[in-house]
Design a protein around this ligand. Structure first.
Ligand code: UD1
Ligand code: UDP
Length: 376
């Protein structure tokens, strides 16, 4: 098949790197980057690091309000799809680039494949939830990562074209995790960042969701990070949008929170694997912490990755912005006296099997799985 895949954000570049080799072994891929993320550290650096092909079409859409950003994507994508005339358009996840790719294709009558279909937080105030619901209901192929995702689709009456394929990002985490499980990988990262980081002696954090850029929310998570930093350094890899929001609202972070720019994929996985704990509102980082078995506080009220929490054996806790709960859970999950030993044992024993999601997706597209399902 001739498949246009549409990416635009950091996690989509990472997912495209996980799927690309399997997809291109069987299909012809036309790679389209909306440019939703555009900083070198948010986008450009991943091309070299993860051996991504240069985009066939770079749309350079950039930021803006949801309407502006999505509208620019629709306008830019339509002529590309008309010219490329693909058999399918493949979109990943739940960003505005996902929405725009799915909507433009569906309006042109081009079948849509949605990777990470069926996830639901059941909170429609989250922009991601709106994007996922629309993409799922437009898709002909719905590649669900988890049983809960399949069940969510069934509850909405969507059963045709649904295939549980596992989680693409686990394929990449499996491979790169093995490469960085030696503590020497952490020493290398620490030297580059000029930070003193020993296994289990620090916490790793990321915060970027829209709901956590509200001034009150920023003050609340800043306090959670401050509490965590009282025990051990906290390394915060800061998304540029969050940085701008903090500056705009005049919210300062405790100096013991070591703010670093967005990091590469391998560095981020290294920092998670060897940490005492991870604090995050990221969908991707929370799953990676689960696969790496690193204790994780989820700085959101709810998560669509319910299995990651349920199967964590209590290591992953959705604490929202509850300061007392976050402090208590961190003390329970990563007591300073035990955290270094636990981190060393965890890294040494890392052995995540690949999910095989990439091959399953490529094969399902080749077999014309669900080919009779009308585009909706
Ligand atoms: C987007 C996705 C979110 C995903 C996240 C991954 C939507 C609605 N949200 O959120 O689901 O979890 O990507 O990281 O699609 N910015 C820069 N440089 C960049 C990128 C962004 O400075 O390279 C700043 C800009 O001020 C921009 C803001 O961040 O306006 C928000 O960026 P945007 O792409 O709109 O949303 P994210 O918050 O990144
Ligand atoms: N990530 C990264 N550098 C960072 C922070 C995150 O490479 O500084 C990776 C992370 O390991 C995961 C992905 O980006 O693979 C998650 O993307 P993000 O948190 O931006 O978005 P979400 O998953 O919440 O949509």
């Amino acid at each position: 098949m001739r498949i246009v895949s549409v990416v635009g954000t950091r996690p989509q570049l990472i997912k495209a790197a996980a799927l690309g080799p399997a997809l291109r072994a069987v299909h012809e891929e036309v790679f389209v980057d909306t440019g939703q993320h555009y900083d070198e550290a948010m986008a450009g650096a991943f091309f070299a690091e993860l051996s991504l092909p240069q985009p066939d079409h770079a749309l350079g859409v950039g930021g803006g309000s949801h309407a502006e950003q999505t509208a620019r994507m629709l306008l830019a994508l339509e002529p590309v799809l008309l010219a490329e005339r693909p058999d399918a358009v493949l979109v990943y996840g739940d960003t505005n680039s996902t929405l725009a790719g799915a909507l433009t294709a569906a309006k042109l009558g081009i079948p849509v494949a949605h990777v990470e279909a069926g996830l639901r937080s059941f909170d429609r105030r989250m922009p991601e939830e709106l994007n996922r619901v629309v993409a799922d209901h437009l898709a002909r192929w719905l590649f669900a990562p988890t049983p809960a995702a399949v069940a969510n689709l069934a509850a909405e009456g969507v059963t045709e074209g649904v295939l549980q394929v596992g989680d693409l990002m686990a394929d990449l985490a499996s491979r790169i995790g093995r490469e960085v499980r030696d503590p020497a990988a952490l020493a290398e990262v620490a030297a580059r960042l000029r930070l003193a980081l020993a296994p289990g002696g620090y916490a790793f954090a990321t915060v970027h969701r829209a709901e956590n850029r509200d001034p009150d929310a920023m003050r609340a998570w800043a306090r959670i990070l401050e509490d965590a930093a009282a025990t051990r350094p906290v390394v915060l890899a800061l998304h540029p949008g969050t940085r701008a929001a903090l500056e705009g609202a005049g919210v300062a972070l405790d100096p013991r929170v070591r703010v670093v720019p967005p990091q590469g994929y391998r560095t981020t996985l290294t920092l998670q694997l060897h940490a005492a704990a991870v604090l995050t509102d990221s969908g991707g980082v929370q799953r990676e912490a689960a696969w790496l078995r690193t204790p994780c506080l989820v700085l959101r009220d709810r998560t669509e990755w319910v299995e990651a929490v349920a199967e964590s054996g209590g290591r992953m806790v959705v604490v929202g912005l509850d300061r007392a709960r976050a402090a208590a859970e961190l003390a329970r999950l990563a007591p300073p006296a035990d955290a270094p030993r636990l981190a060393v044992e965890r890294a040494a024993g890392f052995d995540l099997p690949p999910a095989g999601a990439g091959e399953a997706i490529a094969a399902a597209l080749a077999e014309g799985q669900a080919k009779d399902r009308p585009a909706r």
